[in-house]
Design a protein. Structure first.
Length: 274
């Protein structure tokens, strides 16, 4: 008898660097799930066709990374509240009734901070750098933790203001340009900009990180990112990259597909080791 192996994948461009296949292979081995997971390079403008082809061939679900998260949002028939708010989807579940879309990025961030590192978010002053898709994807779960405030800072203040207005009913959220951060302090600074791609850091004033504050970069790499290094220079008690978030958001996707929760700690450790 032929054993049917459920098929999953991550789609993006570029995609060769993706660590998702390894993550999900480790999850599957750990939980005794029989599945295959691969990375698929999709050309610009080709996401919908690629997703339809994958589903038609028996695919059960997809992760979606840059630059197709908005395409996936449009493609989904049913959106979770988080995905609806974010305007972006990173997880697709193929069901008989249609395609369900979710965004697990913010949940992954919050879980990495609170569970893996013991960072309390309630009552904290949070500075979120950037106003693009990465920032949109994490705002709702962050605000659900009831911080004292979330300030969105961006080079283009108007873009940050638009994002703040979009989420203003969920908590105390405001916006400004980087220049307006002088004389202000925050307990947690989250970098959701693409500055790290150029090994750079947004233009932040000295003293913006409060004593005992934390820094978190949504990006990750084999070496500390520029923002992680900046946080250490500013005296952060913890300056973290986004590898834990990557694994935690993957675990959320895995649970939606398979109905079981993997243990993330051993997987994060395995990825750190290479």
């Amino acid at each position: 008898m032929t054993t049917i192996i459920d098929q999953y994948a991550v789609m993006g461009n570029p995609i060769a660097h993706s660590r998702s296949p390894k993550i999900h292979a480790l999850f599957a081995a750990q939980t005794g799930q029989l599945l295959a997971y691969r990375a698929i390079l999709v050309e610009p403008g080709g996401f919908v066709a690629a997703a339809r082809t994958f589903r038609a061939s028996g695919g059960k679900g997809l992760n979606v990374t840059l630059p197709f998260k908005q395409d996936a949002w449009v493609f989904a028939d049913i959106l979770s509240a988080r995905a609806e708010r974010a305007g972006a989807v990173n997880t697709l579940i193929f069901e008989a009734s249609g395609v369900r879309g979710d965004n697990t990025d913010g949940l992954g961030l919050v879980r990495d901070l609170t569970v893996n590192h013991g960072c309390l978010l309630a009552g904290r002053r949070i500075l979120l750098l950037g106003a693009g898709g990465a920032a949109r994807g994490v705002l709702q779960p962050l605000l659900a933790e009831r911080p004292a405030q979330v300030v969105i800072a961006n080079r283009t203040a108007e873009k940050a203001l638009g994002l703040a207005v979009r989420f203003s009913d969920l908590g105390r959220v405001s916006a400004c340009g980087f220049a307006e951060l002088a004389e202000r302090q925050f307990d947690l600074i989250i970098n959701a900009t693409a500055a790290g791609l150029e090994d750079a850091v947004p233009p932040l004033p000295d003293g913006v990180l409060a004593t005992g504050g934390w820094c978190y970069d949504l990006m990750y790499g084999r070496e500390p990112t520029a923002f992680v290094r900046w946080g250490r220079q500013q005296g952060a008690i913890a300056s973290l990259d986004g590898l834990g978030m990557l694994v935690e958001q993957a675990a959320e996707s895995f649970h939606r597909w398979r109905g079981v929760w993997p243990e993330t700690g051993p997987v994060i450790a395995a990825l750190r080791e290479g």
